[in-house]
Ligand binder design. Structure first.
Ligand SMILES: Cc1cc2nc3c(=O)[nH]c(=O)nc-3n(C[C@H](O)[C@H](O)[C@H](O)COP(=O)(O)OP(=O)(O)OC[C@H]3O[C@@H](n4cnc5c(N)ncnc54)[C@H](O)[C@@H]3O)c2cc1C
Ligand code: SF4
Length: 261
């Protein structure tokens, strides 16, 4: 297992360092993948789809903070393409293990929301409609939403709204409250932002196949790489989720023998 900070050298408007989109684009163009399950959106409502080339892939950057049914596409994808990739949250990657996938890219994840929930939070807390939002993020203990305000005919400026994540975490999906995996431990490579500078990605490279692809991409000048990850920051979030393992065990005992409690 190897940790790296990485940033794309391509001009892509992405969530963090743009590694995910650049990496998948390289895999599609070099024949490592025939198709990959990714997520675009309509007013930030996730729409899972199968990208077979870089033009299709470029509809997918940026994080959508609600559930996307990525794995529904895996049966069709693996029946119709030889080398299928999946990008997803740790729960998608776990579910994807039952398919023969060529590549699994996992995203770090602490929690997620139903679409209507996130829409209501954004309306009630910031007074914004979803079509005004240009970016969402959960970072450094805050839920952050960005919009663009037009200042004159040609210019617009970024407006940032934020609230502590503590104020909204109780509205997250029920499954997220018992989830034990922050860093997608079953992926070939895990990608997030925590542990690296703003505008960069943290990578956990979990096998030689991915290490080789990353070396090729670095040699070709597609990505910039640094060995400066704050691993403790990643481990801290992993450990918070691991505590749910104990809670889950208690719930299992309770389900089997409620009289004990
Ligand atoms: C719900 C959610 C919670 C996250 N929580 C954290 C966190 O707590 N800490 C942290 O460090 N990182 C977190 N991330 C990961 C982070 O937001 C970025 O996705 C990651 O750093 C990759 O950035 P990038 O610039 O390489 O992505 P980009 O190049 O912009 O690509 C984004 C990729 O994410 C995929 N995607 C977008 N939304 C979803 C979705 N809802 N479900 C599945 N796939 C999706 C797209 O298909 C695309 O391939 C979270 C992501 C999501 C979607
Ligand atoms: S917290 Fe866990 S269950 Fe919830 S979306 Fe993230 S990986 Fe899935």
């Amino acid at each position: 297992m190897k940790y790296l900070s990485v940033k794309s050298k391509l001009n892509i408007e992405a969530q963090d360092g743009g590694f995910t989109t650049t990496f998948l684009g390289y895999c599609l163009e070099s024949g490592i993948l025939d198709a990959v399950v990714v997520v675009r959106d309509k007013n930030w409502k996730p729409i899972a789809y199968l990208a077979t080339n870089t033009v299709e892939l470029l509809e997918s950057p940026k994080s959508k903070y609600s559930i996307s049914p990525n794995n529904k596409l895996l049966e069709y994808a693996t029946e119709n393409y030889d080398k299928v990739g999946l990008v997803g949250l740790p729960c998608h990657i776990l579910g994807g293990l039952q398919f023969d996938l060529a590549l699994k890219v996992g995203l770090f994840c602490t929690k997620n929301f139903h679409y209507e929930t996130i829409k209501n939070i954004i309306k009630e807390r910031f007074g914004l409609d979803m079509d005004e939002v240009v970016k969402m993020n959960i970072t450094k203990g805050k839920f952050v939403v960005e919009t663009l305000k037009r200042t004159d005919l040609v210019h617009s400026e970024k407006v940032v709204y934020e609230i502590p994540i503590k104020e909204i975490e109780k509205f997250c999906n029920l499954g997220c409250r018992v989830c034990t995996d922050f860093s997608a431990k079953y992926a070939d490579v895990s990608v997030g932002s925590v542990g690296s500078e703003d505008g960069w990605n943290t990578l956990i490279i979990r096998n030689k196949m991915v290490e080789d692809i990353i070396n090729e991409m670095t040699e070709k000048g597609l990505i910039e790489v640094k060995e400066t990850v704050d691993i403790k920051a990643v481990e801290k979030l992993e450990n918070i989720k691991k505590k749910n393992e104990e809670i889950n065990k208690c719930s299992a005992y309770f389900a089997v023998c409620p009289a004990l409690f």
